[in-house]
Design a protein around this ligand. Structure first.
Ligand SMILES: O=c1ccn([C@@H]2O[C@H](COP(=O)(O)OP(=O)(O)O[C@H]3O[C@H](CO)[C@@H](O)[C@H](O)[C@H]3O)[C@@H](O)[C@H]2O)c(=O)[nH]1
Length: 458
């Protein structure tokens, strides 16, 4: 898969992706921007074949070489289907995989790697390789500053809340950490104070919080004005902290010449709807609410008569109520993939119903669209809570899970009631700040220049 090219200077950057969820796509988007800005530097992008094949293939700059690496699953090993298992096998094998692959790429390119840029989840593989190769290490954290705070302050949260019998303290807020006054114990990602604290994944994230201050720089897909308190805090904690987003405003197909991937013609469909009327429903690449809740979503949409676009993997369509697709043919569309960013930016978009994955939240913020969140795992709950209580641009689904009436009422609240109007006003304000951040005078523009400097300067 490596692309042949003959760049003429001697800089070589290794980019290590975390091949699960929506981690690799934004990292590749940043790599493309860096590679365009530094055409004589070679960027070797390492990711599993499976994850690479899920990245929308557009023309990459000639100085990016994409490599398929092992997923760490031993030969003949039968995965049980528990997603955590695949993640943990990969994490365990990652240091060896990347060491081997970086060495091979150095030989192939004929240049030593001077900088290792990684997903923050891979801090252990990056730090070891960087020390061995005398390279610098720069980390990309794929979530928002809110969940990053939970990982950076895991020890503090554990000291204050305890880790035993935490159940009784779930509603308490984390007021002892600045910027987290509205976040409750129950909103923290599993593995911070509840869930399996000893799993490989929980330990990796806990240790990541301690390791990131050692990185040469830490960057995230966000903008400073969204979370000024965290920005201030991290600017003193990390050697360099750079908000370089929202990437959706920088690398969305609508902002570039790349074709929009719209295999089911969602954009033609939404064109005919009235302003701020449509519900867009999507739960990212890995999470799906349980089958019963998918049925409740369908019932809520049907009884509320809300026009909709629903991105739902084909294998889950069997859980829709009998006849739903036929009855709602005029009302909406259920598709296995939708051009999310473009839909959110359409004037007919009224509400985004989401699990609260970071990329989705930021894409909604960038489009000024209010949200209804139904968190499923990881950082979803802290993102949903920020949407509802910190930025006040949406709400968590009534009852915490989808029920027919709760969903119908939630849709009504956001699309029709005064509450929803306020959410929309707040969302529009954030959209303006996001747009400002990426202009040539904006904070993210300046931060990207800082990142470029850290990456190519050796
Ligand atoms: O039909 C679809 C469905 C999804 N998307 C895109 O897919 C991405 C989904 O990303 P995200 O909302 O972050 O969800 P996940 O795929 O669930 O992402 C994982 O990775 C994120 C970043 O670390 C974490 O915040 C999440 O918790 C984790 O589940 C977004 O860019 C969407 O625009 C589409 O374009 N079309």
């Amino acid at each position: 898969m490596a692309k042949p090219s003959e760049p003429n200077r001697d800089s070589h950057v290794a980019v290590l992706a975390f091949p699960f969820g929506t981690h690799a796509a934004p990292l590749l988007a940043v790599t493309c921007r860096l590679a365009t800005a530094a055409p004589s530097t070679v960027f070797s992008f390492f990711n599993t074949a499976r994850s690479n094949s899920s990245l929308l293939s557009s023309d990459l700059p000639a100085n990016i070489r994409v490599h398929n690496v092992s997923d760490g699953v031993p030969e003949g090993f039968m995965l049980t289907g528990n997603p955590q298992e695949a993640v943990e096998l990969f994490l365990e094998a990652a240091p060896e995989i990347f060491r081997r692959e970086i060495k091979a790429a150095e030989t192939e390119v004929g240049r030593k790697v001077k900088c290792i840029l990684t997903d923050a989840f891979l801090w252990f593989a990056a730090e070891t390789a960087a020390a061995e190769m005398k390279a610098s290490w720069i980390a990309y954290y794929g979530g928002g500053a809110n969940s990053l705070t939970a990982h950076i302050y895991t020890d503090v949260i554990r000291e204050n809340v305890g880790v035993k019998e935490v159940g009784g303290r779930m509603e308490e807020t984390l007021g002892f950490i600045s910027g987290m006054g509205k976040i409750r114990v129950k909103d923290t990602p599993e593995g911070v104070v509840f869930g399996n604290l000893d799993s490989v994944f929980s330990k990796t994230l806990h240790q990541m919080g301690r390791a990131l201050p050692r990185a040469k720089a830490v960057f995230i897909n966000s903008f400073e004005e969204l979370d000024p308190t965290f920005t201030n805090d991290f600017s003193s904690k990390f050697k360099r902290y750079l908000n370089i987003g929202p990437l959706a405003l920088l690398s969305s197909p609508s902002q570039t010449s790349t074709l929009v991937h719209d295999p089911h013609d969602c954009l033609a469909w939404i064109e005919k709807r009235s302003p701020a009327s449509v519900a867009y429903i999507a739960f990212g690449r890995v999470a799906t609410p349980p089958p019963g809740e998918l049925g409740a979503i369908a019932q809520g949409l049907e009884s509320g008569k809300v026009p909709f676009v629903w991105s739902l993997q084909e294998k889950n369509m069997v859980h829709l109520p009998k006849g739903f697709l036929d009855r709602t043919r005029e009302q909406g569309m259920v598709v296995p993939w939708a051009p999310q960013v473009e839909l959110l930016n359409h004037e007919a978009m009224g509400v985004f119903v989401s699990h609260g994955g970071w990329n989705s939240v930021l894409e909604s913020v960038s489009a000024g669209v209010p949200m209804i969140c139904r968190p499923i795992f990881g950082d979803h709950a802290v993102n949903a809570r920020s949407v509802e209580a910190v930025w006040e641009i949406g709400m968590t689904i009534i009852n915490g899970v989808f029920t027919k009436d709760g969903f119908k009422e939630s849709l009504d609240r956001v699309l029709v009631q005064d509450d929803g109007k306020k959410m929309k006003v707040n969302a529009k304000k954030l959209k303006e700040l996001a747009q400002e951040a990426v202009t040539t005078k904006g904070s993210s523009f300046e931060n990207f220049a800082g990142l470029l400097d850290e990456v190519v300067k050796v």
